[in-house]
Ligand binder design. Sequence first.
Ligand SMILES: Cc1cc2nc3c(=O)[nH]c(=O)nc-3n(C[C@H](O)[C@H](O)[C@H](O)COP(=O)(O)O)c2cc1C
Length: 395
Amino acid sequence: MSRIVLGVTGGVAAYKAVMLASRLRQSGHDVDVVLTPAAEAFVTPLSFAAVTGRRAYTDEDLFAPQGEIVHVELAGAADLAIVAPATADFLAKAAHGMADGLLATILLATRAKVLLAPAMESAMWAHPATRRAVAQLRADGRTVLEPAAGHLASGRSGVGRLPEPEEIAQAIARALQPRRLVGASVLVTGGPTREYIDPVRFLSNPSTGRMGLAVAEAARDAGADVTLVLGPSELAVPPGIEVVRVTAAAEMAAAVQARFASADAFIATAAVADLRPREIAPAKVKKADLLMELPLERTTDILAWAGSVRRPQQVLVGFAAETGDLAAEARRKLDQKHCDLIVGNDVGESGAGFATETNRCLFVTADGERQVGPTSKREVGEEIVAFVAHRLGRP
Ligand SMILES: Cc1cc2nc3c(=O)[nH]c(=O)nc-3n(C[C@H](O)[C@H](O)[C@H](O)COP(=O)(O)O)c2cc1C
């Protein structure tokens, strides 16, 4: 199993870190717990030593009289480091690369993957200084988990709770997964397209791009070189993903066509408009001059195009957003578009489809069907990546 540094900082949720340490130990990991001085005001090193079966470290160990360089040893031995809970103070320090205590020094010295699980009052989480710290940490390649919403220590409710230890343990398990797509090139589309009628009017749909980003992130974390062709989306694209921004279906098709041959896998999550106005007026059409019927024409079916030119070794994944017979429609798409997997979304259901955090899907392949979820879009992304890796013959 793995060796994990569990950093604990001075927040009310520090007691949950004891449960997390215990959970990680039970999964077979060796857990080196490192407490900040403020954390010691909430929990004791003894609690952690008792549940991990190993000594826990404090700032006294940074300048150990025996001359061991504890921070280098722990940093070098770690397969992963997680800070849970991470205070606002600790996020700010880590974002600036400060190393004024054992835990902060380990985070700078390690080459292992670093996760941070913040927990604090909503006002602290929302403060621009914390937002800046989180953005900087993410830009540096750190994984900052989202705090949960609910009851806070102050008695108020809001966003800022430490996620449950089980949830953090799952994020750790994901981060420790083998990087099955190292060297593979994965092309993803995401978001809606906009088909302009004139400079101020367009046809579109409610897609946000979240599913595309989730797939792109999961592929990146599996080690793939990821290109995301993204329609208009408000969402920030995380680091490590090459993004090609497009607006109309024709631009998306051109961007995919230019890159498809060099991709090992193509995952088409975008909600591409099927129709576009036959003509785009160069200037805003006056209200009185608007036609009551809009002459339309079909856009390129990007997935069908990819299916028609694909090499057998390439992996092709499409999405089907349906309100009717999901399984039948997904299977029709699978066959007609020569795909390896169609992920069916019932967009009529709540908690699935457009503009939601979660998704319930039906995975349809030549071998059969299976339900995935309800779960986060990220988990759906992980499942798709696992399918792609399997098809590419990567264990
Ligand atoms: C009772 C109490 C509860 C606290 N809870 C939190 C918390 O949940 N999140 C947080 O960011 N800071 C919290 N703080 C403030 C931190 O303890 C303080 O910023 C400290 O300097 C953090 O040190 P560290 O980041 O080195 O652990 C709390 C302080 C007290 C006294």
